[in-house]
Every structure is written in C-alpha cells, then in structure tokens.
Design a protein around this ligand. Structure first.
Ligand SMILES: Cc1ncc(COP(=O)(O)O)c(C=O)c1O
Length: 448
C-alpha cells in the first residue's frame, strides 16, 4: 500500500514537472512571437518612413543608371518578412471585411492580384508611364486595346506582327473595326492616312519599330506630333523588340506602349505574357482610354497569372545585363553577314546601310537590339537549306531568349504575307559571338 502511494506521489511530481516545462515552453514561444510581431511592426514602420521621407529619395533613385533601375525592378522589401524577392500570391480570392468592404485592396484574382500589381507597377515605372495592365500574352494585350476601339479606326504598319493583322482581319474586322495598312516609316503615308480617317471620332496609329521581320524604323516622336494635331488620336507603340532599355516611347510622345513580355522582358523562353503601359492623361481622365483597357483586363478576363508575373519580374531584373550582349552580338553578326557573298540583304537598323539608321541612332540610343533578318542568294530553297544547316542556332519561332533562334518567316505567316521567301529572321542570343558567326559561316558554305 505504502509502495503504491509512493508511486502515485512520484507520478504526480513528474506530471507537475512536465506541466511546468510545458508552461515555460509556451511562455518562451509567446515571447518569440511577440518579438517577431514587434520586429515586423518596426520593419513596416521603417519601410513606411523610408517611403515617406525617402531614406533614398525618389530624386536620388531617378539619378541612378539604367542598369540599376532594372537590377532593382520590383524589389519592394516585404514589411512582414523582410524578403527581397517578391512572394507569388496564388490565392484566387481575398477576405471581405465585416462591413462588406475590401480594406486590403484585393477582392478576386481576375480583378487584381498582388503579384500582378507589382509587375504592373514595375512596368509603369520602367516605361515612365502612369499605369500598366498585364495580360496572358502579347496578343491579349494588343486585343485589350482593339476591344476598346468600337466604332473607331486603326492605322497599322503594312508589316505589323502578323498575329495582330490576323485578329484585325478576323474577330475585330467581323465586329466592324476598320483599319488601314501603310508604311509608317514613311511620314507622307502617315499624314495621308490621318487625313483620310479624319471623320472617325477615335483613331489609333499603331507603330512597331523596328518592324517584324523587315526591321523598318518609324520615327515615334514625329508620328506622335502628327497624330496629336487631330483630337482623340492615340499613338500605340509595340515595343516588344526593343524594351525600355533601348527606347521609351512615352517619353517620345506616344500614348501607350505594348509589349509581348514573352520575349526580352521574360527573357528565358519560359512564359508568355503581355503588357500595356499608358501615359498619365489616359489614366487620369474619367473617360481616359486606359480605363477601357483595365475594364477589358477585368471583364474579358485575360489577365496574367501570378506565377507568370513572377517569372517576368525575375526576367526584368537581369534585362540590363542581357540587352547589351544581345545588341553587341547582333551587330557583329549583321556586319559579318553584310560582307558575305551569299547574302543579298541584311536588315538591321545598326548598319549604316539601313534606311532607318539615322532615326534609329537617336530613337534607339545607339543600341539596335538583338533582332535582324537577312535574305539569302538562291531564294526560298537556299534560305531553307541555310536554316537547316545551322547547329548553334535553333530553328524555332519567338525571340528574346538566351538562345539564338532562326526562322523562315514567310512559311509561318499567312499565305499573302509581304515577307519575302528568301528571308530568314534571327533572334540573337547570349552565346559567344564567335560560335554564332562560325555556325552561320559553315551553313552558308554548304550552299552552291
Ligand atoms: C512584335 C510582336 N508583337 C506581339 C507579339 C505577340 O506576342 P505573344 O506571342 O506573347 O502573344 C509578338 C510575338 O511574336 C511580336 O513579335
């Protein structure tokens, strides 16, 4: 009996000891949680103070070089965790307040999403715009503009990216949207098209410079001045090939910039996306055109998914390092091909022989991008044989990735394409340029 009582006392003592340890553990955890909350609150306060007073002011930041702007793009330190790299917010829905409001600013991911919002803020900043809207592809971004043009007219380059011409001919053409195709690099044709469309309330002049694949160069500042002599004329620049590292169309007077971020901005051939950036006056006014783009993003529903936004943000941060190499490699390849006896034409705005070189030199800040096309002596069969003989260049559509790509454009475009059949388009990647030139040389050597 005595033994049983002693065992009971012993058990009770052990239980009391365990309870004391548990209480101590709980207290320590609470202290740790309080410390983390205090640190997060302090970090949030510091971030707010830095934003308000500017530990590095906006003016200081604006004075930094282009490379710094890209390297820090989208770097907004998370006030709760201190993370430098943005989180991917996958939630499709967000908590509603008891009074039915959405005090945290988000309601449903199609409408808005923190990761997409960060990419949009970043793109607006890089393009010196007021607002941006990101879409599931470049085509969706372009379509969001066309969807806002009911009853209007659009003047397009005669060698516009063929996907946009196709959707104008099909879907939007069927809805009654009228368009005129001209050579926008010829200002006389621009003046005539503006005059001929004077009866329309709203006209968009669409510029793609350098154009795809002919690399025609259009003077953005001149076309913007001409268009703005008429009321409600908007100039939109498809700046996919150049990125804001080379040209900032809004600074030259354009009203909106469009990108397929699938290309250089994403930069790694691993996502598709598009973006529209608008100048201040299209966002501030009650009936500003960008409101239509935003409405279409929300209700037509082609917004870019959070993971792709995150991939694009990651790509943008290395753009300032990638673009100089794309440009210098492309220039070396263009010079090599121009001197080659089996090449009849090289289309690259960096070459002095290019008809748009003088405009490109100022508009493109002496950087001419990574895209060029060339025509092969011997016509279509020779061009196809040359593409087939390349070993470093990969045969694929698209552009702007780290790898060099070659494409026979006429055969991927519709049958009535203006693209010559002896033309190959190349996206120059980040390989050693000697390897690229040797590859082109060995393939050209196989042609008779
Ligand atoms: C100049 C240009 N604009 C727009 C697009 C369409 O972009 P996406 O393929 O992302 O829809 C492309 C695609 O190649 C392009 O080259």
């Amino acid at each position: 009996m005595e033994e049983q009582q002693a065992a009971l006392v012993q058990q009770q003592a052990e239980l009391a000891q365990q309870q004391a340890e548990l209480a101590e553990e709980k207290r320590a955890m609470q202290v740790e949680r309080d410390q983390m909350a205090a640190a997060a609150a302090a970090a949030a306060a510091a971030a707010a103070t830095a934003a308000a007073t500017g530990s590095s002011s906006a003016a200081e930041k604006d004075n930094r070089g282009l490379g710094t702007h890209f390297a820090h793009a989208g770097c907004e330190v998370d006030p709760t965790t201190g993370a430098l790299t943005p989180a991917i917010h996958l939630s499709s829905t967000f908590e509603r307040d008891a009074d039915l409001g959405y005090s945290k600013g988000f309601c449903y991911a199609r409408v808005d999403n923190p990761t997409r919002q960060l990419l949009e803020r970043t793109m607006a900043k890089l393009e010196s715009g007021a607002e941006a809207a990101c879409f599931a592809s470049g085509q969706a971004a372009a379509s969001s503009i066309l969807q806002g043009l009911a009853g209007g007219h659009i003047i397009i380059p005669d060698d516009i990216y063929h996907g946009i011409r196709t959707v104008l001919r099909s879907t939007f053409g069927e809805w009654g949207l009228k368009y005129t195709e001209i050579d926008t690099s010829d200002l006389k044709q621009v003046a005539k098209a503006l005059k001929d469309t004077a009866e329309y309330k709203r006209v968009v002049v669409w510029i793609e410079t350098p154009s795809n694949p002919a690399t025609k160069v259009t003077d953005i500042a001149a076309v913007s001045r001409m268009a703005h002599e008429y009321p409600d004329r908007l100039v939109v620049v498809d700046s996919t090939w150049v990125t804001p590292w080379i040209t900032k169309p809004l600074d030259l007077g354009a009203d909106m910039v469009m990108h397929s971020v699938t290309k250089y901005l994403g930069g790694h051939s691993d996502m598709t996306g598009g973006c529209v950036v608008a100048a201040e006056h299209l966002c501030a006014e009650e009936d500003g055109f960008f409101k239509k783009v935003r409405h279409n993003q929300c209700f037509v529903g082609g917004g870019l998914a959070p993971f792709d936004c995150w991939l694009c943000l990651r790509g943008i941060r290395s753009l300032g390092a990638r673009m100089p190499l794309h440009c210098s490699n492309a220039m070396a390849v263009a010079v090599y091909l121009e001197a080659h006896s089996k090449i009849t034409h090289v289309h690259y705005p960096g070459l002095e022989s290019h008809p748009g070189h003088a405009v490109a030199a100022t508009q493109m800040n002496n950087r001419y991008g990574g895209m060029l096309s060339f025509q092969v002596a011997g016509g279509r069969p020779a061009a196809i044989k040359m593409a087939a003989g390349l070993k470093v260049f990969m045969r694929a559509t698209s552009l702007g990735g780290t790898e060099s790509l070659v494409e026979h454009r006429a055969s991927i475009e519709p049958p009535d394409t203006p693209t010559p059949h002896d033309l190959l388009r190349v996206s120059i990647g980040l390989e050693d340029v000697d390897d690229l030139i040797a590859d082109l040389g060995q393939s050209l050597a196989q042609l008779e």
